[in-house]
Structure formats: structure tokens, C-alpha cells
Design a protein around this ligand. Sequence first.
Ligand SMILES: Cc1ncc(COP(=O)(O)O)c(C=O)c1O
Length: 444
Amino acid sequence: MTVPHIRTPLPGPKARAIIDRDEVVVSQSYTRGYPLVIERGSGATVEDVDGNVFLDCTAGIAVNATGHSHPDVVKAILEQAQRFIHMSGTDFYYESQVRLAEELAAVVPIDGGVRSFFGNSGTEAVEACIKLSRYATGRVNLIAFLGGFHGRTMGSLALTASKTIQRRGFGPMMPGVYHAPYPDCYRCPLGLKAENCAAECLDYLEDQLFLHLVSPEEVAAIVVEPIQGEGGYVVAPDQFLERLRELTTTHGILLVADEVQSGMGRTGKMFAIEHAGVRPDMIAIAKGIASGLPLGIAVARAGLMTWPAGAHASTFGGNAVACAAALATLKLLRESLMANAAEVGRHFMAGLKSLSERHPLIGDIRGRGLMIGVELVRDRRTKERATEERDAAVNAAFARGLLVLGAGKNSIRFSPPLVLTREQADTAVRIFDEALTEVEKARR
Ligand SMILES: Cc1ncc(COP(=O)(O)O)c(C=O)c1O
């Protein structure tokens, strides 16, 4: 069968019935943009409960790195589940958790020896980084960036500055958090041109924050996404990350890379910060690490992770089945998928860029590997954000069988499983082309 293949109106009758039940009993705080009710998935394709088949460029929000139900991952999960499912790595030992920590130590771009702390999600990985930064430095303050997303529990939420809806009604936030502008070069917060930007955004930290609000010697950590994910797939220039490293080193501030979305091979390297050659002190990992099983990990320089027994732990963190899935995932990433992300990512990006001339809605196309964002604007000169058009384009793609997600106010993200083929990338570009044509026609 060709993918995609849409055989019912969307949602189909079975999907409709499930969504109706969901609306009664499930928290409606989730942001479902369109009515996809999945029945099964394989590689980069997803079938819904009515037999419609979609091409998946979401990977369950950048999670299914190895594709849906990769046979090696399924096998690892089954084998582990048959032996034992859970024993809590907080109070007992099992080899898979140790092996995963060893394998991570071999791939993270952190100097010296490293240790791993295991949780269940991205937000828990970030919470662990926050707590460890404070503990290891004896300092309380943290700096994060506007537009950044780090999670929704009370510590990570204080760092998150993506959309106000995520904070509204939940204050006061954890104190001691300051925000600085992120180098969104398409919309430079300082009005500069990307070509001659030498990471001036960092001047704000030195000339404003450190001057008026917080002494650098009281800052525990600066937490940064090397590529903002929820914020719109915004790529920080290399020199920004390089200068951030210099600045943090000068002041004894820890540099924490939140690679929850950008990590695990998605950008063509294991971690996005490696593109800049920058070595942070801690890395928050989740999403892609276990191909869909819940796992969040804070990896830190061994010399920093000196907290004593009982200081921090999580019953389920580093669950044996999740660790088995992560080990199988890492193997696949190293053997082929990271390289595939780089190669197919380049092809995909070129395909999307070729649409630019035909579609005035396209303002910017950016990203690395298979982490690609397309920002839509009403006018290329004024860069007026095309938020409604973005939502319409996401829906028009869905109607044609292509799954994509929005990011930021007016961007679309392509974050497919890393098994995506060149042919599938071509299909995605073709459908996106049609979706944009439909939206542009409706605007006229
Ligand atoms: C960069 C980043 N950090 C943290 C998180 C939070 O992860 P989780 O939803 O697993 O708590 C996300 C989720 O999208 C993220 O993109």
C-alpha cells in the first residue's frame, strides 16, 4: 500500500467515538491539534483506528528515534520484561542500568568522567540538573532563555519561557530564575543581521543581567537548548554557544545543555551542542533515548555528582525495561540512524528549501539533521507571524496523510523517526507543498 493512504473522512467513525470518550474523562490540558487516534505504527508510518495510513513526521514529539516499534527495540523490551520488569534502581542493582550509564559516558561530550542520574521524563532530567547545579555550586540562581522549554513541573517550569499558557495560573514560580534573550537570528532580539552577529545576545547577560539583577558568582547554572524545540526549532549560532561556555567558565557557572529534544542523534550528531564543539557540564536527556519508553537522564561531570545517598532518587527512574530499550536504541543510532538523520536531513532540507520560491508563506527554514523547522509569515518583509495559517497548514497536511506538529507561534516542525528514507522525505515535501498551496489559496 502507498503511504499515506486516507480512506475515511477524518476523523473516521472509530476515531470520533474514542475522541468523544476522551473529552469526558481525560484532562483537556493536552494540545491535540488534529484528531489522530493511532492503532499501530511501523517505522515512519502510523495507521489510525479507521485504517487510514499516515507518514509520521512527528515521531510522537521527537521520541520514536528508531521508528515505531523497531523490531530490535521490541525484542529488547520483551526479553527484559520476561526476565523482570522492575526492581527500582534506587534501592537495588541491575546490570542494564549500569551498562546504559557506561554507554552514555562513552558518547556524551562532557570532559572527564561522568555519572548518570535516572528519571522518567524530560522534566525530571531538567529537575535533576537544577537540583544538582544548586547542590554542587552552593549557589541558588539559574539563568534560562526566552522562548525556551524545559518542562512543566515546578522547577523546570520556572525555566520554561515558551508560552504564557504554560505558566498562567500556576505562579508564583520557583524564585532565583532569570531569563535572557535567545539568539533567534531570523528575528534578532537586538535587530542585528545574522551575517555579522557575533553572538551579541550574550552581551545582555553581561551588561544587563549581571549588572542590574544578579551577581554572576551567585549563579549556579545557565540552562540552554542548543536548538530551541518547542520554541520553534531555532538554532543557536555556534559562536553563541562558544561564548556562553567562555562566560560560564569565567564565572564558575555550570553550563547545562537541555538536549531533551535535540539529542539522541536527531541532528546527525548524538547531541546538538557537538555541532558547535562546546562541552557542557551537564546534559539533560529524554525523548529519543528509549524509543518511546519513559526515561529521562541527567548526565553530569563525575566531580559534580557528589550528592549523598538519599539526596535525590525516583522509584521508576531508569526502569529495567526502559534501560533495555535505551541500549537497543543507542546501538541502532550508532550503527546507522545518526548517519541517516544527517543524510536524509540534508535531502529533506533541500526539498523544503526548493518550496520557498513558490510559497510566500515560508519565512525561514532552519534546523540540523532531522530536526527541521519552517517558520510561516504573512509578509516576508515585516515577518508578521502567520499563526492561523500555520495551524491551517498543519491540518491540511493531516488531511492528506502527513503528520507534522506546530512549534513556537508560527512554525512547523519536522521531527520524523530517524529511519525516514529519502523517498519518504520527498513524499513529505510534496504533501507540504500541497498543504501550503491550499492555505495560500484560501487567503487570497
Ligand atoms: C528541550 C525540552 N526539555 C524538556 C522537555 C520536557 O520533557 P517531558 O515532556 O518529557 O517532561 C521538553 C519537552 O518537550 C523539551 O523539548
